[in-house]
Design a protein around this ligand. Structure first.
Ligand code: HEM
Length: 366
């Protein structure tokens, strides 16, 4: 997609699309649009995405309710679990002389383990929640075929039953987890009908994206051996920088959009109420006005501005500290334990557009 973003840049910072909407690949304009309160969001065509599809005041109310789970006080309690999971997964993946798929053996199970712990999903149910969650979440890219529609509906029904059972369990036996916390606020800050969409949002936002950050960042490092060497030489200091550079260079969420809630003027253009502005977050990360040599992956880069991989404004990713912690520990541990890591087999992309990531990345540690 990056060649296409480059072409789009010639149309200027904010341009009209063929279907009468607007699109921007400019870092500055993306950031402005995402922070402009005259623009808002609406629910996805197929999925109720809770607060991600709401505007204030409902958005404010639900976001405030979920926020404590991601606060600087709560997050460190996840560090030990992440470190242990990373170590366990690599123990199992490592076979002398053998290759393994870094996506299915490492990048995918880590965020699933973290988000299910945060929500309080019992370990025995992890797999089912994750599989049905992924199938339902794939509708974010639109439903393309009858087969996909059927799978979507079946998984939606299965997920609904799993949630009902889990909510009933936590109503009887509350625990110290986010679902119990949300249930305690039911009827007050959250309506019973809002519970399932909120938990669904946290579930799919928590793993569909983080798995791709770990995959995309590892791929960028292994495709640029000098960068892998640099990380290897100083994993502790450079892992956080490698994560930020990967978020700029090849982010898991390529773009989002906002709806004009009223007529407005922007960049000298008249935007009419009801028109959409597509903010191409991944293109913003390659904006040459902000990043010199934008197509170069350089983990030592000093960036004058934050990338927009986690969006901006009131919907700025609530899970970003957790995602950053997971990816940093993942890259640091890979560099420490598998210094000779290299690609030895197929690298296959997922056939999604909004979400960008890998289906398979076959590597060897020696
Ligand atoms: C919102 C990206 C990880 C939960 C967002 C948005 C983006 C994003 C771009 C805003 C979309 C928009 O403005 O339209 C990412 C990426 C991640 C990641 C790239 C990993 C690398 C997570 C994790 C969680 C999470 C781990 C939860 C555990 C959420 C939620 C929202 C959100 C709940 C909606 C916030 C709101 O509407 O106020 N994320 N995310 N995300 N993210 Fe993430």
């Amino acid at each position: 997609p990056y060649a296409i973003y480059r072409q789009m840049r010639q149309y200027g910072p904010l341009y009209r699309t063929a279907r009468g909407n607007w699109s921007t690949v400019s870092h500055r304009v993306c950031n402005t649009v995402l922070r402009d309160r005259r623009l808002g969001v609406e629910q996805d065509e197929y999925l109720d995405l809770s607060m991600l599809g709401m505007n204030p005041p409902d958005h404010t109310r639900l976001r405030r309710l979920a926020q404590p789970a991601f606060s600087p006080k709560t997050l460190p309690t996840f560090r030990a679990r992440i470190e242990r999971t990373v170590a366990d997964l690599l123990d199992r993946a490592e076979s002398p002389g053998g290759s393994f798929d870094l996506v299915s053996a490492f990048a995918a199970p880590l965020p699933i383990s973290v988000i299910t712990e945060l929500l309080g999903i019992p370990d025995a149910d992890n797999r089912e929640f994750a599989e049905h969650g992924a199938t339902v979440g794939s509708a974010l890219d639109g439903i393309q075929s009858l087969g996909q529609a059927a799978r979507f509906q079946a998984s939606q029904a299965a997920l609904h039953t799993l949630f009902e059972n889990l909510f009933a369990l936590r109503r009887r036996e509350p625990a110290d987890d986010l679902i119990s916390h949300l249930i305690a606020a039911e009827g007050d800050q959250i309506q019973p009908s809002e519970l399932e969409p909120m938990v669904f949002l946290l579930l799919i936002a928590g793993f569909e994206t983080t798995v791709n950050l770990i995959g995309n960042s590892t791929l960028a490092l292994l495709n640029n051996p000098d960068q892998w060497e640099a990380l290897r030489a100083d994993p502790e200091n450079l892992a956080p920088k490698a994560v930020e550079e990967a978020l700029r260079y090849d982010p898991p969420v390529q773009g989002t959009s906002r709806l004009a809630l009223q007529d407005l003027e922007l960049e000298g253009q008249h935007i009419h109420q009801g028109q959409r502005i597509f903010t191409m977050l991944a293109a913003a990360g390659r904006d040459p006005e902000i990043y010199p040599h934008p197509d170069t992956f350089d983990i030592a880069r000093e960036s004058p501005a934050d990338h927009l991989a986690f969006s901006s404004g009131i919907h700025y990713c609530i899970g970003q500290p957790l995602a950053r912690m997971e990816a940093t520990i993942a890259l640091q541990t890979l560099a420490e334990r598998m210094p000779k890591l290299r690609i030895t087999g197929p690298v296959r992309r997922r056939n999604t557009t909004t979400i960008r990531g890998l289906r398979q990345l076959v590597v060897s540690a020696d």
